[in-house]
Ligand binder design. Structure first.
Ligand code: ADP
Length: 558
């Protein structure tokens, strides 16, 4: 007999959700979860799988992904580091520019990875120097795997360029939007609830981070004038002081910034649309990521706006800072975390976790899987293989009508699973850490490996130039493909099995229309998605932009 939620003892159903934190997770994560009535996982007292959310500052081990249970979520996707390391990001964006044209992918400053691109950089540098009437560019040199402004150097003359590790040398945006003479950038929070099908939420609230001394190209070594990192500016002499037009400290909320822009007649909505396009185009550059269920990734996108009101992507942060340096941090980050938990879409049944179902550990049983009365078949301890997922969820007794999006998810899962089986035989098992270490130590895929990888394209990937290059570069490895996937992606609404359009201040920005949804269904059809984005961009270019350009001149001089 099928058991429904009502068959359980209500005392069980009212059990709290349980979080598990790895060391060094910012205190606010614990605070928010406790505020929500969650309890903390106790390794000594509780069974291994008796938790609902595991939060770490570093990637999970593959075994954590393999053993994920339907009631659990992990705060990292495997291989998210593909866009969060500066050199990886630069390489992916360059490839996309080559495949889809620089018109769409011109939001990232030209970058060279050193020492590999040294010759190319010199060529570009010399070309500029030789062109008559052109002012030579400024450049910024950043270590690829450092954060918080550490090791950064800004220069105009090549004789000032020094580095002793892998760095990227990027064109320095020397005409930033200034408010009262201070440089600023935006920390945009983006949550990806799935890379397959791609599902992206942008957070409407966020942080504007100011430099604490006035922008001045005459003093390139003044970090308080050129870098907007809070980790730097909080130690500046002007941090605590009241700065005209900015206030004390070095932060505003997006809300305040947007009101400010509106006062000066700048089109903040158009700016936000452009920023959302940047986010989508950037994340498209790293799809497909390995298939993994019940994960999410919170990214911090750093966006700089220039005096022509053009947003530029500076970098994408893994584990964006959740420390609280000021009351603005508290307001924004606390609500952000609450909204993330909402986005994770826990159901009452999730509080039961493994051992709570009928108080037994049977090998195979049916458990209710949503409060709306739908049910699924789960193989203990709670997972199905891709094939089983397809079989089980297509059975009418389990789910009478399956939304096409869900069907598509399953199809793409099956595709990857087929590939897995083939590749798994040929490769030894690797851990995520060894996998990443290997990749980090390997700046470029050797040409032979490239050729081999090309031959192993996923079925159906041949028709798109993007797909083939991407898959050959990042061919799923046996481990990544060996996932056992849960039947119901947590990020789909119960009502219509589509991504929920808004959760708190999180707004769904991808898929943004029906065509984009279709294109992200059966494996990501990047070509079709790019076509849709091109249409969108054309629509977003009203004559209004001209007005904005004129007025921003005024704004920057304020
Ligand atoms: P980190 O990971 O060390 O914070 P970022 O790439 O975010 O490195 O750079 C730190 C700061 O330097 C940014 O917040 C921004 O203020 C400034 N910056 C970085 N790249 C550029 C650039 N290309 N043009 C102008 N300013 C930049």
């Amino acid at each position: 007999m099928e058991m429904m939620a009502d068959d359980y003892d209500t005392r069980d159903i009212l059990r709290p959700l349980v979080f598990r934190l790895h060391e060094n997770v910012p205190a606010i994560v614990r605070e928010v979860l406790l505020e929500r009535g969650w309890t903390e996982f106790d390794k000594k007292e509780q069974a291994d799988a008796d938790w609902n959310l595991y939060w770490r500052n570093s990637p999970f081990r593959m075994t954590d992904h393999h053993s994920i249970k339907p009631w659990q979520r992990l705060n990292h996707y495997p291989e998210a580091v593909r866009i969060t390391r500066k050199d990886y990001l630069a390489r992916h964006l360059k490839r996309m520019k080559g495949a889809y044209g620089s018109a769409l992918y011109e939001f990232s400053p030209v970058a060279f990875i050193m020492p590999n691109d040294y010759v190319k950089f010199i060529a570009e540098y010399s070309k500029e120097r030789q062109s008559v009437g052109r002012r030579p560019s400024y450049w910024i040199c950043k270590p690829v795997d450092l954060s918080r402004g550490r090791g950064i150097l800004i220069f105009q003359d090549i004789k000032d360029l020094v580095y002793d590790c892998t760095v990227i040398v990027q064109k320095y945006i020397s005409n930033p939007l200034l408010i009262s003479g201070y440089k600023l950038d935006l920390r945009l929070y983006v949550c990806v609830t799935s890379f397959c099908p791609l599902t992206i939420y942008a957070y409407e609230e966020g942080l504007v981070r100011f430099a604490t001394e006035k922008f001045d190209l005459g003093s390139l070594d003044n970090i308080y004038a050129h870098l907007t990192n809070t980790s730097i500016n909080k130690y500046g002499a002007s941090y605590e002081k009241y700065k005209e037009g900015i206030g004390c400290g070095c932060k505003w909320t997006f809300s305040k910034f947007r009101s400010y822009l509106r006062i000066f007649g700048a089109d903040d909505t158009l700016l936000w649309q452009k920023i959302n396009n940047i986010v989508i185009l950037t994340l498209l550059a790293v799809t497909p990521l390995p298939v993994a269920s019940n994960c999410f990734e919170l990214f911090g996108f750093d966006i700089l706006i220039d005096d022509k009101f053009k947003p530029w992507l500076l970098e994408v942060n893994y584990n964006p800072a959740l420390c609280l340096d000021c009351s603005i941090d508290d307001t924004v980050k606390r609500k952000l975390l609450h909204d993330i938990v909402e986005l994770l879409n826990y159901k009452q049944i999730d509080t039961l976790r493994q051992n709570q179902v009928a108080g037994t550990k049977t090998d195979r049983r049916r458990v209710p899987w949503s409060t709306t009365g739908e049910s699924g078949t789960w193989e203990a301890p709670g997972l199905l293989t891709c094939r089983q997922v397809a079989k089980c969820t297509s059975a009418s007794s389990v789910q009478p009508s399956v939304h096409p999006l869900l069907q598509a998810t399953r199809r793409s899962i099956r595709k990857v699973a087929t590939l897995t089986k083939k590749t798994a035989r040929a490769h030894p098992r690797k851990t995520l850490t060894s996998e990443l270490r290997e990749r980090m130590n390997m700046p470029k895929i050797p040409s032979q490996a490239k050729a081999e990888a090309k031959n192993k394209q996923l079925p159906g990937a041949g028709h798109s130039p993007h797909k083939s290059t991407q898959l050959s570069h990042w061919l799923p490895t046996p481990d990544f493909c060996n996932y056992e996937l849960t039947t119901r992606p947590y990020f789909l609404s119960d009502k219509d099995q589509r991504p929920i359009p808004r959760v708190g201040d999180f707004v769904l920005i991808f898929p943004f229309n029906e065509a984009a949804l279709q294109a992200s269904r059966d494996g990501t059809d990047v070509k079709s998605i790019i076509k849709e984005i091109n249409k969108l961009v054309r629509k977003q270019l009203p004559s209004k932009q001209q007005n904005t350009k004129k007025r921003v001149g005024y704004l920057t001089s304020v």
